[in-house]
Design a protein around this ligand. Structure first.
Ligand SMILES: [Zn+2]
Length: 260
């Protein structure tokens, strides 16, 4: 059993007190945490300079009847899901795929959320980072974190949850996709949509030397400095244009990256 105080004592060892951080978390990975996701947010608030988490909202996505080819999208098949889409609203819950912690963060009085209708981020003391997001550059906040010598914090998750690798893929020239989102003002075209992350864990040995790892309850916690991560991802994609793609035969996004 862990209390928020146990989490604070543990996270302090990572030395991120004055650093900007992007966090990805599995609450369940810790074992029992008294106070649940709120305790994780409290501990992050105490032990980082500022932090953001993805609070993406996939249920805003709609598929047009036609669109660009090689976009990892079956336009015809996508039509059947359109009636389930909901327009983005600022208070829309983070997708359950993100886990419980971003949703807890979103409810925090000091938390601010960016306005991208699919790929929003939510953070504390991170207004200047969040405002770098535009429709054209959904990963602008990650660019800002790199420029500020920020860190990625993986709480009980591996690099398949590490959104920053998508930004490095883009910098390496990898194909990006186009998606569409419902908003209060109609449908918005969202370029710069990332590929698949299921193959990302192969980066782990390459960044191990710069990564700080601790055990907190049952969870492995990794703090990864962003700059060397970006450099390494770009290097390996330049060397092998299929690097970090997944092996699933039915993965449309990885298939279209291979084709591009
Ligand atoms: Zn894939």
């Amino acid at each position: 059993m862990l209390t928020f105080n146990d989490l604070i004592v543990a996270f302090e060892k990572l030395g991120l007190k004055n650093k900007p951080v992007i966090v990805h978390a599995s609450l369940r990975s810790f074992g029992h945490v008294v106070g649940g996701a709120d305790s994780v947010v409290t501990a992050l608030d105490y032990t980082t300079g500022s932090f953001i988490m993805p609070s993406h909202t996939y249920k805003t996505m709609v598929t047009p009847v036609s669109g660009p080819a090689n976009n990892a999208l079956n336009y015809q098949r996508g039509q059947q899901w359109n009636r389930l889409a909901e327009p983005f609203q600022h208070n829309m819950p983070a997708d359950s795929l993100m886990g419980a912690v971003p949703e807890s963060l979103r409810m925090w009085p000091e938390a601010r959320r960016s306005t991208h209708p699919i790929l929003s981020f939510t953070g504390i003391r991170a207004e200047k980072i969040l405002e770098k997001q535009t429709i054209e550059e959904p990963f602008g906040p990650i660019r800002a974190l790199v420029e500020l010598d920020g860190w990625v914090l993986l709480l009980g998750v591996d690099h398949t949850a590490n959104t920053s690798i998508h930004f490095a893929e883009k910098l390496a020239g990898r194909k990006q996709f186009i998606r569409w989102a419902l908003t209060q003002n109609g449908t918005v075209t969202c370029p710069g949509f990332p590929g698949c992350s299921l193959g990302f864990e192969v980066i782990e040995p390459d960044v191990r030397a710069t990564t700080k790892t601790i055990k907190v309850g049952d969870a492995s916690v990794h703090a990864v400095p962003l700059r060397p991560l970006m450099v390494r991802v770009i290097e390996i994609i330049k060397k092998d244009k299929y690097a970090l793609l997944c092996d699933r035969p039915d993965c449309e996004r990885c298939a279209d990256v291979r084709k591009s």
